[in-house]
Design a protein around this ligand. Structure first.
Ligand code: MSK
Length: 631
């Protein structure tokens, strides 16, 4: 172990994961590791993005001998169209999550299941959006803000309301470049229309719409998801938790919450403490009910309640393989359909709850905001009653977990920084201490590391190896999504991780009493990072591309990640990917993404599958930005 046994090494964790794989093999259960072997090598046409199945004349595949599809579209048009469709899938998905949250806020009431917890945030948004607040009931204001949020999805004229929170320079760039996001649904529809047979095949137009569609996610749907969740469930503040499979408890009913939408997980967490259900757990022989999270649902409930994190994306099957899980309760996104058949090899109930994510071999209990309490009660009850079916002899819970401090919203970061410079923390906190640390060189810069796991990169190695390298180089990290859980599992979200940082970063973290890797939430919460960079740039008096800050997704895999990448780049932040999107079949699209778009938005992508080199390139870019600023 590193840092006096406080940070796990890859070998230590992988030895335990291998034991779970052996259990799977014994049971004849399918795991992602087996399926990866069956699916590789991958189709080269697909990898290069040169397979077109947009109409039924094909599918067409571009080769040297056949350089155009039947309609005459070349590789550049096909790759560009595929990239835009990929983006549209991600933008639609994140944004629909935001729409569900807006609907939940619309249902909030004083005596209902959902309440307003952060009144100040609600009033602030209402005021910015021109909604009357003076002398009104807070729930009437919440209702109007939710409705306004829902209307953003189909607004007839103008741009997304949220873009007014970006710097004036960014807004100007977006409008001039014709990528300022209009109605969320319009940008997704436009993307699908542009890529229909016989529409756009010009790479420049397709990539421009990819940025616009991404922006409608980050500065539209995702922002709605984040901000409205904070209103209802509370703006995250630092809280202690634990991470990795060792958070499961042998004597308890274990319920895994997995997916993304906190409307469900918040209620499950609440009902795990319901007296009647706890009594039922005792009746069936358990000591109580233990909730643990997977993927971004985990981030949501960890940062607001300290609920432990069982793991990230490629850990979802491991949870079931312990034999200790009574129910995996899922809502939407990043849920392996494999959980259905896998749970059948154990006593685990696989409970689906959303009509957006219906899967075979699951128990479906429809969860709706209007009937949330009743639905949550039934779900927890089903899990508790399943405890008696567990084979205790066969349970194997790896004894591995690490402490983590999570929940660094922008508000929390400001508050924490203020404790360093001001004895009195008030509403007027600023990012000035952070800027001072960067300009003085104590901190060299910051990296926003986000994204999934992908079997193309050895699981978590990309995240962890990069994090360690950056920390040694005095670069502070803000994390979200499955990258955040990777850090937490290894111990990098603990203040103990300060031991492996460079001297400057170590000093700052000790003074501010923070870990060097700051947890900012789930994948929709990358919108928080956009607020952070815009507010820091505004306070510094520079534009976002000048900041010594880069974005990185070393192990990304989903359409959402590409949508995110597009809005991060369009917000002026250079973005480094450890997995290459399906674009190498077109030199023109590749050139646009890695270079050409810099002329439009001041930032671009870097693709590099060698993680060591990826880290070097990120550090190099941060140092270039420092040199350009003369610091
Ligand atoms: S859950 S999108 S695997 S970060 Fe948001 Fe993790 Fe990626 Fe899903």
């Amino acid at each position: 172990m590193e840092a006096n046994g406080l940070i796990y090494t890859h070998d230590e964790l992988e030895a335990e994961y291998d034991k779970l794989l052996a259990i799977a093999e014994k049971k004849g259960a399918s795991t992602w590791q087996m399926r990866v072997k069956q699916q590789t090598p991958h189709c080269k046409f697909g990898e290069d993005g040169v397979c077109c199945r947009i109409c039924s004349m094909g599918p067409c595949r571009i080769t040297k001998k056949a350089p155009r599809g039947i309609c005459g579209c070349d590789a550049h048009g096909i790759v560009g169209r595929n990239y835009l469709r990929f983006t549209a899938g991600g933008s639609a998905t994140h944004s629909d999550h935001g729409r569900e949250i807006a609907h939940t806020l619309y249902c909030a009431s004083r005596d209902g299941a959902y309440h307003v917890k952060d009144e100040a945030k609600l009033i602030s948004i209402a005021t910015r959006w021109g909604i009357e607040t003076e002398g009104r009931d807070i729930y009437d204001v919440a209702h109007d803000v939710a409705l306004a949020g829902l209307e953003e999805y189909g607004k007839v004229f103008g741009y997304q309301n949220w873009i007014k929170d970006a710097t004036p320079e960014r807004q100007k760039v977006w409008i001039e470049q014709e990528i300022a996001p209009r109605a969320v649904d319009r940008e997704v529809s436009k993307a699908l229309h542009m890529t229909h047979m016989g529409c756009s095949s010009l790479p420049e137009a397709l990539i421009r719409q990819s940025l616009r569609c991404g922006l409608s996610d980050g500065w539209g749907g995702s922002m709605t998801g984040t901000q409205f969740s904070d209103i209802m469930f509370g703006t995250p503040m630092p809280i202690d938790t634990e991470a990795n499979l060792g958070v499961l408890k042998k004597d308890y009913v274990n319920i895994i919450v997995h997916g993304h939408d906190p409307s469900l997980s918040e209620m499950i967490v609440e009902y795990a403490e319901d007296k009647e259900l706890v009594a039922l757990a005792h009746e069936v022989g358990a000591k109580g009910i233990n909730i643990a999270g997977v993927c971004c649902t985990s981030n949501e409930v960890a940062m607001r309640h300290g609920i432990p994190m069982a793991g990230n994306f490629l850990q979802q099957e491991n949870c079931v393989l312990t034999g200790a899980v009574e129910a995996v309760v899922v809502d939407v996104q990043c849920i392996f359909p494999a959980l259905g058949p896998l749970s059948k090899c154990f006593h685990t109930k696989f409970i689906t709850t959303s009509d957006t994510a219906r899967m075979p071999d699951s128990d479906f209990i429809k969860f709706e905001a209007e009937t949330a309490a009743e639905n949550a009660y039934n779900i927890v009850k089903m899990a508790v009653e399943n405890f008696k079916n567990r084979d205790q002899e066969a349970v194997y819970i790896p004894d591995m977990k690490r402490k983590a401090t999570v929940g660094y919203s922008c508000e929390a970061i400001i508050k924490q920084l203020d404790t360093v410079t001001n004895s009195q923390v008030d509403e007027t906190g600023t990012y000035q201490p952070l800027i001072d640390c960067i300009t003085s060189g104590v901190l060299r810069g910051a990296v926003a590391m986000v994204g999934c796991n992908n079997p193309k990169v050895r699981s978590d190695h990309g995240h962890i190896d990069l994090m360690k390298k950056l920390l040694k180089n005095d670069i502070i990290l803000v994390l979200s999504g499955c990258s955040a859980q990777a850090a937490a599992k290894y111990g990098l979200m603990s203040k103990d991780a300060n031991e492996i940082c460079g001297d400057g970063l170590k000093r700052v973290c000790t003074l501010a009493d923070i870990p060097p890797v700051l947890h900012m939430g789930s994948c929709v919460d990358i919108s928080r990072m956009m607020n952070l960079v815009c507010d820091v740039a505004a306070q510094w008096g520079i534009d976002t591309p000048q900041l010594p800050v880069v974005g990185c997704a070393p192990e990304w895999m989903s359409e959402k990640a590409v949508s995110i990448g597009n809005y991060v780049v369009a917000t002026g932040i250079d973005t480094f990917l450890g997995v290459v999107p399906y674009v190498y079949g077109s030199s023109e699209v590749t050139e646009l993404l890695t270079n050409g778009i810099r002329d439009w938005v001041g930032a671009a992508y870097t693709f590099e599958t060698d993680i060591e080199k990826l880290g070097d390139l990120m550090i190099e870019r941060i140092e270039e930005k420092r040199a350009a600023l003369g610091i």
